[in-house]
Design a protein around this ligand. Structure first.
Ligand SMILES: Nc1ncnc2c1ncn2[C@@H]1O[C@H](COP(=O)(O)OP(=O)(O)OP(=O)(O)O)[C@@H](O)[C@H]1O
Ligand SMILES: [Mg+2]
Length: 480
């Protein structure tokens, strides 16, 4: 049988599975400047992993407090990434959606006998808990965000979970939380905290001593606010209350460096052999920090600022062919200091490829392999995909020269996929295959982009001619 290249599957190995003792280091690399949080949470993970966690209650219950944009949610995402290989593996309940007493039914389902009880699917089921675990680790992370907004009936319900590790659902079945870490986050006391923090505007002004004082003052504000809002039974069942500090200048610079490294990784992954390297001058870093970080929002705006000021302009330049493969892209600040200046140095004049790469996307397995066999004989490198997810992976990792795409792709939409690929790589030849044609409005959108359509039934020779024609036309234009 022919050998075709299937796109590699994403892997999700947990580093914890290999070296549990690294969790503190790994977590503090991801969550910067909040060592108190790491020190409070990690022992509970170890306790669970060693099998020593007490039975009949969750493996750990934490209340995370402190100013906005300081890493509370980021901590839980980082733990999810380390335990399960995916930062989204969190069962998150937005308590803002449960402010009314009767809204408990959305969480646990309505009891039988209530109208529509079958339609209310509870959010907190055993199944939902299992879905946020992984093969590497069966510990589920449950986040109740903005817990201060939850109705009292919800906090009462939560008491049962904290006390016995059990939640009884409307239909009288129960959910076991012994294999979960429960996180509550809250902005309780944050207005008062801001008043305490404000004298330190500029982040660097605080000396080491006043920083320690500030931490203690913030902790007592946070605890005071918590005691006012929640019953003593609730507070007593929390294993650790962690108050997040405002980020200091050093922490913020490290976060920026992380984000810039993530941007470089993204460029390498998405552009493959057309990658370029990004170098950011200290002035440009200062520019990004000034716009992305504030006392009010912490580092919350930093990612968006990088996206707007850097990623988007870079993407435009790549699309216009202004950044050549292998180039060095230097980011500095314009003389007037009001914008970033992006200068591209060097790089190849043309992408030199030995062979033409063709990606064929069709959910009809037989047709897919038949076409692949025919094209392989032309000496082209063939990638195949049977659905949208495989197609995206192959497209973004390998950047084929030609994409042959079926319009009807099972659950995926070949038309939308084609437009997405065209927007990302306008020079790639995207050929849409269809049996029954498509609606007029879609036809005119496709024609408007100047992209070809291949109507089924067609002969193998038709496809080969079309692809050959497209490639040689492009080669002639490039040589001109
Ligand atoms: N300590 C930190 N380490 C690394 N990144 C951070 C840190 N604090 C904030 N960030 C960055 O800022 C973004 C927002 O932080 P996060 O969502 O954790 O804020 P939060 O403390 O949960 O705020 P809120 O109270 O508004 O929910 C994160 O996605 C991350 O990019
Ligand atoms: Mg948050």
């Amino acid at each position: 049988m022919e050998h075709f290249i299937l796109p590699p599957q994403p892997t999700s190995r947990s580093p914890l599975g290999a070296q549990p003792s690294d969790l503190v280091t790994l977590l503090s690399q991801k969550v910067v400047g909040q060592s108190a949080a790491t020190k409070a949470i990690v022992p509970y993970v170890y306790m669970y992993q060693s099998g020593l966690a007490p039975e009949g209650r969750p493996a750990g219950v934490f209340l995370l407090l402190g100013p906005t944009g300081t890493g509370k949610t980021k901590t839980i995402e980082a733990i999810a990434e380390l335990l399960h290989g995916d930062e989204k593996k969190i069962l998150k309940i937005d308590c803002g959606e449960f402010q009314m007493e009767h809204e408990t039914a959305k969480l646990v389902g309505a009891p039988p006998g209530y109208l529509g009880h079958r339609e209310t699917i509870p959010l907190l089921t055993q199944q939902q808990l299992t879905e946020v675990t992984s093969l590497d680790c069966d510990l589920a992370l449950v986040l109740f965000d903005e817990i201060e907004k939850a109705a009292h009936s919800i906090t009462k319900l939560l008491l049962g979970i904290l006390d016995k590790g059990i939640l009884r659902l409307g239909d009288n079945t129960s959910v076991n939380f012994e294999k979960s870490l429960i996180f509550f986050t809250s902005n309780l006391g944050s207005r008062e905290m801001m008043k305490e923090i404000n004298p330190n505007i500029g982040f660097q002004s605080a000396t080491a001593r006043s920083q320690i004082d500030l931490t203690t003052r913030l902790e007592s504000i946070a605890l005071g606010a918590v005691r006012k809002r929640f019953s003593p039974e609730f507070v007593n069942r929390i294993d650790a209350v962690v108050t997040y500090n405002p980020l200091d200048a050093g922490a913020i610079e490290i976060i920026l460096d992380h984000d810039l490294r993530a941007l470089q990784d993204h460029v390498n992954l998405r552009l493959g052999e057309r990658y370029f390297s990004i170098e950011v001058t200290p002035e440009a870093k200062r520019f990004l920090l000034q716009r992305g970080v504030s006392q009010e929002y912490g580092a919350r705006e930093l990612k968006r600022t990088i996206h707007r000021q850097l990623t988007q302009p870079l993407a435009t330049m790549v699309t216009r062919g202004e950044i050549l493969p292998g180039a060095q892209v230097s980011i500095s600040v314009t003389d007037a200091g009001e914008a970033l200046s992006i200068v591209c140095i060097g790089g190849a004049t043309k992408v030199v490829r030995q062979t033409t790469t063709v990606l064929i996307v069709d959910d009809n397995h037989d047709l897919l392999f038949f076409l692949a066999g025919q094209m392989k004989e032309e000496g082209w490198e063939i990638l195949i995909a049977e659905n949208g997810a495989q197609a995206r992976l192959a497209f973004y990792q390998r950047r084929p020269d030609v994409v042959l795409l079926d319009y009807c792709l099972g659950d995926d939409d070949g038309f939308k996929l084609g437009l997405e690929f065209h927007a990302q790589a306008p020079l790639t030849h995207i050929i849409l295959m269809t049996g029954g044609g498509f609606p007029d409005e879609l036809q005119s959108v496709w024609d408007g982009q100047g992209l070809p359509v291949l109507y089924k039934p067609f002969l193998a020779q038709d496809v080969l001619n079309l692809v050959r024609g497209r490639i040689s036309k492009a080669a002639a234009t490039a040589a001109a």
